[in-house]
Write a protein that binds this ligand. Sequence first.
Ligand SMILES: *[C@@H]1O[C@H](CO)[C@@H](O)[C@H](O)[C@H]1NC(C)=O
Ligand SMILES: *[C@@H]1O[C@H](CO)[C@@H](O)[C@H](O)[C@H]1NC(C)=O
Ligand SMILES: *[C@@H]1O[C@H](CO)[C@@H](O)[C@H](O)[C@H]1NC(C)=O
Ligand SMILES: *[C@@H]1O[C@H](CO)[C@@H](O)[C@H](O)[C@H]1NC(C)=O
Ligand SMILES: *[C@@H]1O[C@H](CO)[C@@H](O)[C@H](O)[C@H]1NC(C)=O
Ligand SMILES: *[C@@H]1O[C@H](CO)[C@@H](O)[C@H](O)[C@H]1NC(C)=O
Ligand SMILES: *[C@@H]1O[C@H](CO)[C@@H](O)[C@H](O)[C@H]1NC(C)=O
Ligand SMILES: *[C@@H]1O[C@H](CO)[C@@H](O)[C@H](O)[C@H]1NC(C)=O
Ligand SMILES: *[C@@H]1O[C@H](CO)[C@@H](O)[C@H](O)[C@H]1NC(C)=O
Ligand SMILES: *[C@@H]1O[C@H](CO)[C@@H](O)[C@H](O)[C@H]1NC(C)=O
Ligand SMILES: *[C@@H]1O[C@H](CO)[C@@H](O)[C@H](O)[C@H]1NC(C)=O
Ligand SMILES: *[C@@H]1O[C@H](CO)[C@@H](O)[C@H](O)[C@H]1NC(C)=O
Length: 538
Amino acid sequence: MFKKILLLYVIIECVKFQCALAAYKHDTGSLSIFQEFERYARRTDTFRRSPIELFLRTDPQGEWFKEVLKDLKTMNHWNSTVSGEMSLFSSALVEGTWYNISNNGTCNCCDVNNPMDPFHVHLSLTGRPGEVVVSWNTAERPPDEKSCVMVSNATGAQLGLFCSSDIRTFSLGSGYSPYLCSNYSGFASHVKISSLKPGETYTYTIYGTSKNKTFPFMAPYGNTSSTTRLAFFTDIGTKGGQPVIDALKQKMNDFDYIILPGDQSYSDGYHTTFDAYLTLFEDVIASKPYMVSTGNHEGPWNFTYARNNFYWPVNESGAALDALWYSIDEGPVHYIFMNYENYFSYPLGEWEMTQPAPLSTFPGQLEWLQNDLEKFSKRRESNPNLWLIMMAHRPLTCNISGKSCEVFGPELEKEVFPLMYQYKADMYWCGHVHAYERVNPIDNVTRTQCSNCVQQNGSLYKQPPYPVQVMNGIAGRAVADNNYFTPGISYPDYAQVRIDAINYPFGGYALVQVNDTVLNFTLYNTSGTVLDSFRIEK
Ligand SMILES: *[C@@H]1O[C@H](CO)[C@@H](O)[C@H](O)[C@H]1NC(C)=O
Ligand SMILES: *[C@@H]1O[C@H](CO)[C@@H](O)[C@H](O)[C@H]1NC(C)=O
Ligand SMILES: *[C@@H]1O[C@H](CO)[C@@H](O)[C@H](O)[C@H]1NC(C)=O
Ligand SMILES: *[C@@H]1O[C@H](CO)[C@@H](O)[C@H](O)[C@H]1NC(C)=O
Ligand SMILES: *[C@@H]1O[C@H](CO)[C@@H](O)[C@H](O)[C@H]1NC(C)=O
Ligand SMILES: *[C@@H]1O[C@H](CO)[C@@H](O)[C@H](O)[C@H]1NC(C)=O
Ligand SMILES: *[C@@H]1O[C@H](CO)[C@@H](O)[C@H](O)[C@H]1NC(C)=O
Ligand SMILES: *[C@@H]1O[C@H](CO)[C@@H](O)[C@H](O)[C@H]1NC(C)=O
Ligand SMILES: *[C@@H]1O[C@H](CO)[C@@H](O)[C@H](O)[C@H]1NC(C)=O
Ligand SMILES: *[C@@H]1O[C@H](CO)[C@@H](O)[C@H](O)[C@H]1NC(C)=O
Ligand SMILES: *[C@@H]1O[C@H](CO)[C@@H](O)[C@H](O)[C@H]1NC(C)=O
Ligand SMILES: *[C@@H]1O[C@H](CO)[C@@H](O)[C@H](O)[C@H]1NC(C)=O
């Protein structure tokens, strides 16, 4: 058993670093998608192991995979001269096809027979008190370029229609066939509901052709409350993420919104898998605002899916309309979402995942960040109890062997650390590596731990002078992805807590509560176990 897990781990590592892909690239002919996939699955990688193991991990998965292969056989749109995406493709398959996406190569977001039915609804925050944005998909463009929702108060009195002409659609790729999702058709509507009373409960209704959808929600506090509570995780799969999604459904009374700095669904450019993920999550995120930014797995097709389907409060936070960074205030916390994911060069094609790049690679990001931090620090002068949490998909300080912590982390630190320390960030949040690591406050130059701030066996940070870093990448993938921390080697004393990946059917997520002076952070396994718990006291 252990041997098998280890073997799978090696394969995933390989897939991640594209060694399988590089080896495979050289020997493709013009085969059908099925033949090609089979060849990929049967070939032996540089570790002399067969990727088919990935799919045969459990018997049910084996049965399921036979069905997938049957479906693939019927597809005609595969361009076999472009084969490198196989590793990504297989990830999307594993995560998504469990949900039996009937896909013939044409990609429709929604129900073509009921073209105005609302699909995968979710909410976003804008950072403003009493304001949310409702987002959903329809198969056809809403009439008169106008999408509307009806808002009612808790006793059912209709407050009126809120409408918007923010309706987005997209075509995919340029030059490459987007395989499972060619000829995309679908529309994403985003409707802002404003001027509600913070903390009050309301409902909204979206009217469809064959069904209407109604969800309850709480009008956000923005900065008008001295407390806030949320769920935070990264790196959540579709099938792999189901346990976390199910666990959150049981905890709806314990958090008001969700923060996810990157990697959701593992659709890797196959939009039907992203649709399946958002559909699966709908009961949660249609009621609890879902604030995301992009990781490497949202990269394919230049972030097209995420850019169209999520309303990011870029304009509200002074960023350019096409920025992949923004900030929001909720309770006493100022959250900054940053982006390192490089969309300027796709060495292996536009479907490719992104590579990390310094903040300043992206025109305007560093300037925006400095400006945002400066404005925040003015506000903190008059209210020293405000918290600053900065985040991005990838880790800065971490201790996993491999590029993410050894090469990219130190590179990314060079720009982020000076700002994070100058403006006294309380925390840095990230994921990307599918493990959990909590890093104690360290001096940004000497890398020594704060001497007195770590107390109570590391469960309390008392007036820490530097940020606490949390890498929380264990929300769960469908494929085994374990054993990141090497047993028996010594880690720096600031690596306070380390937890290896926990995958399907487990996964983990954090619930965070903050008031003026205390931040509570609790990491749960979906089986209910508390995996880590600490607090920061100002
Ligand atoms: C397949 O992709 C290659 C590389 O982009 C392209 O040159 C070729 O025309 C494509 N073939 C088909 C049938 O679309
Ligand atoms: C997927 O759905 C199709 C069409 O509804 C059905 O024929 C097929 O049996 C389903 N496959 C699985 C594995 O559930
Ligand atoms: C694929 O399925 C969609 C319905 O989901 C249908 O409208 C379309 O005609 C089909 N395309 C092909 C090539 O079979
Ligand atoms: C909802 O609105 C109606 C009509 O304005 C009002 O009578 C009622 O008190 C409101 N309910 C709540 C919970 O605010
Ligand atoms: C793509 O969709 C359009 C309508 O949305 C349709 O006219 C066209 O035939 C489709 N092309 C293919 C190759 O399916
Ligand atoms: C949706 O709501 C509208 C307005 O209340 C109503 O006329 C319509 O019958 C509803 N549709 C369905 C399918 O329930
Ligand atoms: C909330 O933010 C607004 C806009 O930045 C500011 O004018 C106001 O003073 C803030 N309120 C509190 C309680 O911090
Ligand atoms: C951006 O915000 C400004 C004011 O802050 C507003 O005038 C403008 O219409 C907004 N643009 C968009 C596209 O929302
Ligand atoms: C990706 O999209 C952004 C925003 O629309 C655009 O500025 C950029 O040029 C695009 N990059 C590529 C490689 O197409
Ligand atoms: C270290 O933090 C200080 C602020 O405390 C900042 O001014 C300096 O630029 C930082 N240096 C590095 C190398 O991060
Ligand atoms: C933090 O957790 C403790 C123990 O559960 C609780 O007593 C306290 O109220 C929490 N603090 C905040 C700010 O939520
Ligand atoms: C914040 O929460 C802590 C418990 O975690 C409590 O002791 C403290 O009184 C709270 N602060 C305020 C202003 O309520």
